[in-house]
Design a protein around this ligand. Structure first.
Ligand code: ZN
Length: 275
């Protein structure tokens, strides 16, 4: 595995999942010269109260491409699978394996299987299914197997059944929180409409908000989970940054190494995520 330039493949269920869960890390890593690719397994065409279908899918594609530029990711690939309809099928398994073999990542990140959304669970299943099969030359022989099996990992979630996410690596995102919000801001249909409606902001006209107000709103509602993640990862942050600096970190993106794919000692796994 190359330590000087690493390749990260983040496979989420919807066009905003990689952004939320890996956005701060993506900014830091791409600025340091590493390669990051985002994939959304669905086109997001159910993610709205009043809009849907092809028009919403097109809108969300545009939003994702705009966000991708701000995150510095090399490509944001959106698969043409309807939102809320992702299944861990053989056809999708083959597609995921093709994506991994093409990009040749050092690390593949995805959701855990214990998640509220059916698409997140299906996505998690598909990536786990790929972790071994990606190295089987006779499975999908049209694409060559990588030189080395990637490391597989899970992005942060707050679910505690059957157990909370185990912190194997943590990334301090305080210095890039504003930049992450700038990129999340591209997903207007989500953070200012659909998810805003779910958060009780249905009647708020965000176009009247200053950037500071928008950034505060994004931090309050979508940064909060990464504040919890920083608390969960406190020991790890102090281990990486020292007692004092680690204690001060407010927001962190944290990761758990999967039991499948290449397995690294925890220290080396953490090193993967540091610039
Ligand atoms: Zn999602």
């Amino acid at each position: 595995m190359s330590i000087s330039s690493r390749r990260f493949l983040v496979i989420g269920a919807h066009p905003d999942d990689p952004d939320l869960r890996f956005g701060g890390s993506a900014i830091k890593l791409t600025q340091a010269g590493h390669q990051v690719k985002f994939v959304s397994m669905t086109n997001g065409n159910c993610g709205h109260l009043t809009q849907g279908g092809a028009a919403l899918a097109a809108r969300r594609y545009e939003e994702s491409q705009n966000a991708a530029r701000l995150f510095g990711v090399q490509q944001y690939q959106i698969l043409d699978v309807n939102d809320c309809e992702l299944e861990p099928s053989l056809a999708m398994r083959k597609q995921v394996i093709g994506i991994i073999r093409d990009f040749q990542p050092d690390v593949v990140l995805t959701h855990r299987s214990c998640d509220y959304h059916a698409d997140h669970r299906a996505c998690a299943q598909l990536v786990q299914d790929a972790a071994y099969l990606v190295m089987v030359p006779q499975f999908c022989p049209e694409s060559p197997i990588p030189a080395q099996n990637p490391v597989f990992a899970y992005v942060y979630d707050a679910f505690v059944e059957p157990r909370p996410l185990r912190v194997d690596a943590a990334v301090d995102i305080d210095s890039v929180l504003n930049a992450k919000n700038r990129a999340l801001d591209c997903h207007v249909s989500q953070f200012y409409e659909w998810l805003a409606y779910e958060k009780g902001y249905a009647n708020t006209d965000f176009s009247q908000y200053s950037w500071e107000q928008k950034s505060d709103y994004l931090t309050e509602h979508w940064g909060a989970r990464f504040k919890n993640a920083a608390d969960l990862a406190r020991k790890q942050l102090q281990h990486c940054l020292g007692q004092k600096a680690g204690a001060k970190v407010k927001y962190a993106e944290v990761f758990e190494q999967s039991a499948y794919g290449s397995i690294l000692p925890q220290e080396e796994f953490q090193q993967l995520f540091l610039e």
